[in-house]
Unconditional design. Structure first.
Length: 222
């Protein structure tokens, strides 16, 4: 079966870029300055207030992959002994490349894709007038088309959820968080023009997800 693992990184738009009514709406539940800052910190989690910074894709069987990312001025690169390409482009181009690629795979694999990556990508694409090539939010209770590992490891919500980092450490898989970078660092890294590092961090998440998928496929898939 042809399959692909994918993961996204997002970047919130500056709070000042929203008009006053939007700012009020986004922080209306905040009663303290700490709660207000927390609400602003969550803007990267929705496609109406954030953009796609990078999408990493990896075939878990061939180890061939690609990362499309916002990297103004960065040259394209080939890494991992020629198996992975890094392609800087605009956000709209990132989405167009993703939809052109994902349509060719029978199965796609994510970690919390149903809860974040997939709806984010579909709605963000609509906002930028990019047409999705497939429905990423299909039938939930089957891993045949979409294997969301968070759904699988919690048995569709029967058990407590853990982060990708926690699952990786528990299964003895190297987590990209071990390098001291998390999704919370994306805004700072982007402002520092560390675009390639963002792309490689995204790729690290994809590789970790691919290794976690192998454990699930070997020992839990029935």
């Amino acid at each position: 079966m042809s399959r692909v693992v994918f993961d996204i990184e997002t970047l919130a738009f500056p709070f000042d870029s929203f008009d006053p009514s939007q700012q009020e709406y986004l922080t209306k539940s905040a009663k303290t300055e700490e709660e207000r800052q927390d609400a602003i910190g969550r803007l990267a989690l929705t496609p109406l207030t954030a953009q796609v910074l990078a999408i990493g894709m990896l075939n878990p069987d061939t180890r061939q992959g690609k990362v499309y990312y916002q990297g103004p001025g960065d040259p394209p690169a080939i890494i991992d002994d020629g198996l992975v390409t890094l392609t800087p482009c605009t956000e709209k181009e990132i989405l167009e490349h993703f939809w052109s690629s994902v349509v060719h795979y029978k199965q796609f694999i994510t970690f919390n894709g149903r809860g974040f990556d997939c709806p984010f990508l579909m709605l963000r694409s609509a906002l930028l007038n990019v047409k999705p090539t497939r429905n990423l939010m299909g039938y939930r209770f089957s891993a045949n088309e979409h294997c969301d590992l968070l759904e699988q490891f919690t048995f569709y919500g029967a058990f407590r959820k853990f982060t990708l980092d926690f699952y990786c450490r528990s299964f003895g898989i190297r987590s990209p968080k071990e390098d001291g970078i998390t999704g919370l660092d994306m805004a700072r890294m982007f402002s520092e023009k560390r675009y390639r590092e963002i792309a490689e961090y995204c790729l690290g998440d994809v590789k970790a997800t691919a290794e976690l998928f192998k454990r699930w496929a070997d020992y839990l898939a029935v």
